[in-house]
Design a protein around this ligand. Structure first.
Ligand SMILES: Cc1cc2nc3c(=O)[nH]c(=O)nc-3n(C[C@H](O)[C@H](O)[C@H](O)COP(=O)(O)O)c2cc1C
Length: 310
């Protein structure tokens, strides 16, 4: 008998990538190493996304870079990474051991930089690239690109013109109309959209009367942002046809199913790994499978966008 993770009910085709179940590791929560990514795949993830990598090495911000708040974390890591040249070794090592698709998250300070990094990641073996146009705390990249439709379109077009693998675009919730940004990215050629990155936030220490994070402001993740993320996925689904990857505060199978009903084809999990460990993927996938069985669905794909059919 097949175990829940082997059942065809959970299989997903995400812009040409075949996932044995719709759960994925979100970018940045864990390091880059092949061992770490392999442990997440063994924990049941249907695909893994690397931490964001840029053209040149970056140190990131001074500590503290993460603060725990009610129902979530605020982080301002500052995109620390070894740069794409060094990182291609990690991609090659990870590809040699991983049995699930590997998606490289990339960022840049211009369309050319995004394209250069994406090309190198794809050549090193990444099965797809995810463009981080939504990091809320580093100047002149991330959300500063994803908040301006014309710049966003330029970045996506440039990467699409140079990379043959699927291109995912990770959107920021820190905009007036996320569906407009989704439409812009889709028209520029995005093969899938990830929603959402963290929500701009900060925390202040009462004793020192100072902001806690080294960078003062950061991005909120975890359970606190789930309803915001579900709303974003719902709005994007109404506007565009490309597959959506839901992300934000998913800790159990109910959260994952809610995102699918809103319109997500797959889901990414980040902050919950800190509390639940790598097996959170298996637990969520098994829970989705039990839900599908109980409701009489033959495939998880049948649930996608159901909340729109009233
Ligand atoms: C410590 C930390 C580091 C992150 N680093 C990245 C990153 O490098 N690139 C990126 O696109 N998103 C990054 N994110 C955002 C997550 O991928 C995800 O979009 C967000 O945390 C919401 O999902 P969650 O609530 O399941 O964590 C980071 C989040 C955290 C908490």
């Amino acid at each position: 008998m097949k175990t829940p993770l082997e059942t065809e009910r959970l299989n997903v085709n995400l812009a040409g990538l075949r996932l044995n179940n719709p759960t994925m590791l979100a970018s940045g929560i864990l390091g880059y190493s092949a061992d770490t990514l392999e442990s997440i795949a063994e924990g049941g993830a249907g695909a893994v996304v690397t931490k964001s990598v840029g053209l040149k090495p970056r140190k990131g911000y001074a500590n503290p870079t993460v603060v725990q708040v009610n129902c979530g974390l605020i982080n301002a890591m500052g995109l620390p990474n070894p740069g794409i040249e060094e990182f291609t070794k990690d991609i090659r090592e990870a590809k040699a051991v991983l049995k699930v698709p590997l998606i490289a998250s990339v960022y840049g300070f211009s369309a050319e930089e995004y394209a250069t990094v994406a090309v190198k990641a794809a050549k090193a073996g990444a099965d797809a690239v995810e463009l981080n146009v939504s990091c809320p705390h580093v100047k002149e990249t991330g959300a500063e690109i994803g908040q301006k439709p014309e710049v966003l379109a330029e970045v996506v077009k440039k990467v699409k013109a140079n990379v043959e693998k699927p291109v995912f675009v990770k959107l920021s919730p820190n905009v007036a109309d996320i569906a407009e940004m989704a439409e812009t990215a889709a028209k520029a050629g995005a093969d899938a959209l990830t929603a959402i990155n963290t929500v701009k936030a900060m925390a202040i220490d009462l004793e020192t009367a100072k902001p806690i994070l080294g960078n003062r402001k950061g991005g909120l993740s975890g359970q606190a942002i789930k309803p915001i993320a579900v709303r974003c996925v719902y709005e994007i689904y109404e506007r565009v046809k490309v597959p959506i990857i839901g992300c934000g505060g998913i800790t159990n199978w109910r959260d994952a199913v809610e995102f699918m009903l809103a319109g997500a084809t797959a889901v990414q999990i980040g902050t919950a790994i800190a509390q639940k460990g790598p097996n959170v993927f298996k637990t969520v996938a098994k829970g989705i499978d039990a839900y599908l069985k109980r409701k009489g669905f033959r495939s998880v794909n049948e649930t996608v966008g159901m909340a729109h059919r009233s």
